[in-house]
Design a protein around this ligand. Structure first.
Ligand code: AMP
Ligand code: ZN
Length: 303
């Protein structure tokens, strides 16, 4: 099989575009997709450094690599969740990536801050591990970005992640979540860090190919706590649809974004009334999920 663009031997078949690319043309295509996402969503400019949340997995490390290639100034942020060997290996992967490229990396460990890992914090507050983990990550991304002076936090969520989340929200008709689901979450005039997902146009398969072609060393293992998580079932279902009808995932998620723009031209504003009274971060009630979580587990938390 030959590359559709330059006719050299192809390395990757891309059924969703009815094409195949060689290494160079594939990477060129992928970088353009990321740049398009950044420009279309007015995510960030080259003038100010942005914080890239890196887990040690392929998507976020590839995102960091791509942003550097595109000429953006970046600093990495890694949260060590305190999940035994899994977290230790994840941190090692991120540190190795940063050291070999001479990049600044901020790390924050739950074990050091609370004396507990995320699993123990979730247990102590009787919350499912994945949901407690998500709440804590969001809080820390926002807090560290603001403390360190970064207006934007970029995460490595890809098309599969976003399409799976959309399917979940639709199955349960979570209208408020549907309204908010977007690759760009507002900073409310600089009060919060803006959250962006520059990989939302790219499926997991293409991100894995990029990581392999660029010899990015990443943690292959999934989080041991996420076994059986619903997101996997949604992803599997969407993969079956994609196989039967290439491009289905893209149509599903990007079609949703288009429809949403028509139905809700501007995202619902975050106002002062939506700030947590304890920590000041965005929330729907008087106290945010993070503060409730921490309060409930205080009997176990040392500081
Ligand atoms: P996940 O929710 O694990 O699918 O991760 C989605 C994105 O969140 C990743 O691509 C990263 O950008 C970010 N992320 C997840 N876990 C961490 C972590 N421990 N430290 C920093 N960023 C993370
Ligand atoms: Zn709070």
């Amino acid at each position: 099989m030959k590359c559709r663009k330059c006719k050299k031997p192809a390395v990757l078949k891309m059924p969703r575009h009815n094409t195949a690319f060689c290494d160079v043309c594939f990477q060129d295509y992928l970088l353009k997709q990321v740049q398009k996402a950044i420009s279309d969503g007015k995510m960030f400019l080259k003038e100010a450094p942005i914080l890239v949340a890196v887990s040690g997995g392929k998507d976020s490390l590839a995102l960091w690599d791509i942003l550097i290639k595109l000429g953006y100034e970046t600093v990495g942020l890694h949260l060590n969740l305190g999940i035994g060997a899994y977290s230790a290996t994840s941190q090692q992967m991120v540190e190795k990536f940063a050291q070999t490229r001479n990049l600044r990396l901020i790390t924050h460990g739950y074990q050091e801050s609370y004396g507990l890992g995320v699993v123990e914090i979730a247990k102590a507050s009787a919350r499912p591990a994945c949901s407690a983990c998500g709440t804590m990550k969001r809080h820390h991304f926002n807090r560290i970005a603001i403390e360190e002076g970064f207006p934007v936090v970029a995460t490595g969520h890809n098309l599969d992640d976003e399409a799976a989340r959309l399917l979940g929200n639709l199955l349960k008709w979570q209208v408020p979540y549907l309204e908010k689901q977007s690759p760009v979450l507002s900073d409310d005039n600089g009060k919060w860090a803006k959250k962006v997902k520059p990989l939302y146009r790219l499926p997991e398969r293409e991100m894995a190919a990029y990581a392999i072609l660029n010899r990015i060393d990443y943690i292959v293992e999934e989080c041991p706590m996420s076994n059986g998580a619903k997101a996997f079932t949604y992803k599997e279902t969407l993969n079956r649809l994609e196989e039967a009808s290439p491009g289905a995932k893209h149509q599903f998620y990007l079609g949703f974004l288009k429809q949403k723009e028509k139905s809700f031209p501007s995202p619902p504003p975050v106002t002062d009334a939506d700030a947590c009274l304890t920590c000041g971060q965005p929330c729907q009630s008087e106290q945010c999920g993070y503060c409730r979580l921490i309060e409930r587990s205080t009997s176990l938390i040392v500081s």
